[in-house]
Write a protein that binds this ligand. Structure first.
Ligand SMILES: Nc1ncnc2c1ncn2[C@@H]1O[C@H](COP(=O)(O)OP(=O)(O)OP(=O)(O)O)[C@@H](O)[C@H]1O
Ligand SMILES: [Mg+2]
Length: 511
């Protein structure tokens, strides 16, 4: 008996590899075996595929069916191999055109009724198939939009196994079925949040502009109701649109996370705001079987906002150190390592103490001094070390509110265009270095000959360094921020004023 062959895609993180699916039919006692390191969900494919074939009217032969997924050493997870397995078997029995089946990559899960269910990770899978040279990819109707985002491959959307078999030349009578669709994506979070909603708080508004322009991580400290959450959720809005590569990466992660992707790539930076009870796995990614991206990967090219940061488990905060350092999230398993991109902008918000009132006007803190100290100490030094902007946010007073009406307030669109030009200025200046944003510039470069500032400019921070009010690391952070201020102002290099403002943006906790 000849073999039936086709291919599917196994995903590990965002990288996909072509899996060859072979089916053999022999005249032994009827049975069905699946070999080639299938996990539990894939093992269930046996029963699902058989029932789907029977119920949709393309019955399998009553002989022994052996399906092999190779390369065997490649971990394979999930239910996306169903369609390929079913068609390989039909091809082995010559119920469909075997050459046609062999030339197409098949992705999709079958329901018991033979309909195809949309699966997560279609975008990275189709991309992997296209990169491996596939010309045609067959996917569930509910995923066809998403697969079609990949240029250079023909995407065939089918609603059921029967429809797929007929497409491959099977002589069956078509039975129209209702395709299983996915929910359409909702608008990006924070679409309707405008910067002009914020009254007063000029320092904080300046700080988030600087954060956006330089890609600086940010820590906001202030009493309840000071508007920390309000500020942080407006940061994605003032970030520039995603470029083509970033858009593809963001959409691929969404696809793998099982979030709706829709018919166009994401163009706006994402915002992820996990709750403080989140586990480390839900932030960095994990899960049994398929390794799913966590909030940090979903925030790639956007903002990861940890509200009430000291309430997060220590393990969660520490797990963020690797992506902050390398922009990459690695999840290790016994037989594999999955990588996700993790270049997010981190925003932490915290109250100054457990009761939240410490340092606020018109209210009194009831926390013991030791409790107060322990509270912020939960944010580990190594984490805070990577955060350039550390700002105290105060509650606005009724006087500020009255005055605010008379003042022109910055709106999201205007600020975004300022951020875009500042980033362009940075990119031009840093052209020869591997950095694109001021936050990525290493200390030695900042103090090196290309960037040297005159002693009259740096006098304020030089003095702070001398007095011990500023560490060397803090000194570099102030310089980084000062360059962002200069880029925002269209200046050639930072002035003493820029340095003064930069120094102010990191006064929240220590001096
Ligand atoms: N500067 C401001 N301009 C306009 N509204 C403000 C301002 N500050 C606070 N508010 C109002 O107060 C509400 C609470 O603000 P927000 O939730 O951002 O505070 P918070 O600092 O995050 O507090 P918590 O520490 O309790 O989380 C907001 O929904 C907003 O309506
Ligand atoms: Mg809040």
């Amino acid at each position: 008996m000849p073999l039936g062959r086709t291919s599917a895609v196994a995903l590990l993180g965002l990288t996909g590899e072509i899996v060859e699916v072979e089916a053999d039919i022999s005249s032994n006692l009827p049975g069905f075996v699946l070999i080639g390191l299938p996990d539990a969900a894939l093992g269930e494919a046996r029963d699902r595929v058989r029932a789907a074939a029977t119920n949709t009217g393309c019955e399998f032969p009553a002989r022994k069916v052996t399906v092999n997924l190779s390369p065997a050493a490649l971990p394979k997870h999930g239910s996306g191999f169903d369609l390929a397995i079913a068609l390989a078997i039909l091809a082995a029995d010559r119920l469909v055109n075997a050459d046609s089946v062999a030339s197409v990559v098949h992705l999709g899960e079958l329901g018991l009724d033979g309909r195809l269910r949309p699966i997560s990770g279609i975008l990275p899978s189709t991309l992997a198939a296209a990169r491996a040279g596939a010309t045609t990819v067959m996917v569930p109707t509910g995923n066809a939009d998403e697969a079609a985002l990949v240029p250079g491959v023909r995407v065939v959307g089918v609603a059921s196994l029967l429809e797929a078999a007929i497409w491959h030349g099977g002589e069956y009578t078509p039975v129209p079925v209702e395709p299983i669709l996915r929910a359409a994506p909702m608008g990006a979070a924070g679409d309707n949040l405008d910067l002009s909603d914020i009254i007063g708080n000029d320092d904080a508004i300046e700080a988030i502009q600087v954060a956006a322009a330089g890609g600086h991580h940010m820590f906001l400290l202030g009493p309840p109701g000071a508007g920390k959450t309000m500020l942080a959720t407006r940061l994605p809005g003032i970030l520039p649109d995603l470029d083509a590569d970033a858009a593809l990466e963001v959409s691929c992660v969404r696809s793998l996370a099982g979030l709706p992707v829709g018919a166009s790539l994401a163009t706006r930076p994402p915002l992820e705001a996990p709750h403080h009870t989140a586990t480390a796995a839900s932030i960095v990614g994990g899960g049994s079987g398929v390794i799913r991206p966590g909030a940090a990967a979903r925030a790639n090219h956007g903002v990861l906002f940890l509200d009430e940061a000291p309430e997060f488990q220590r393990a969660v905060l520490d797990a963020l150190r690797q992506p902050l350092e390398s922009g990459l999230i690695s999840i290790h398993r016994a037989n594999s390592v999955a990588h996700f991109p993790g270049r997010f902008q981190l925003v932490l918000a915290a109250n100054p103490c457990p009761c939240g009132q410490y340092g606020a006007r018109d209210s009194e803190c009831v926390c013991a001094p030791s409790a107060r100290r322990r509270y912020l100490a939960r944010l580990s030094g190594p984490l805070l070390d990577r955060i350039d902007i550390q700002l105290r946010v105060a509650r606005i007073t009724s006087a500020t509110m009255r005055m605010a009406d008379e003042k022109q307030r910055a709106d999201t669109t205007t600020v975004r265009s300022r951020v875009v030009s500042a980033r362009a200025a940075t990119a031009e200046r840093l052209g020869a270095t591997p950095c694109a944003l001021n936050s990525q510039v290493p200390g030695p470069w900042l103090r090196g000959p290309h960037a040297r500032l005159g002693p009259s400019t740096t006098v304020s921070i030089d003095r702070a360094l001398e007095r011990g009010g500023l560490t060397m690391r803090g000194y570099d952070r102030v310089l980084r921020l000062a360059w962002t201020f200069a880029d925002l102002d269209g200046a050639q290099r930072p002035t003493a004023d820029h340095l003064g403002r930069a120094l102010y943006l990191r006064k929240a906790i220590s001096s």
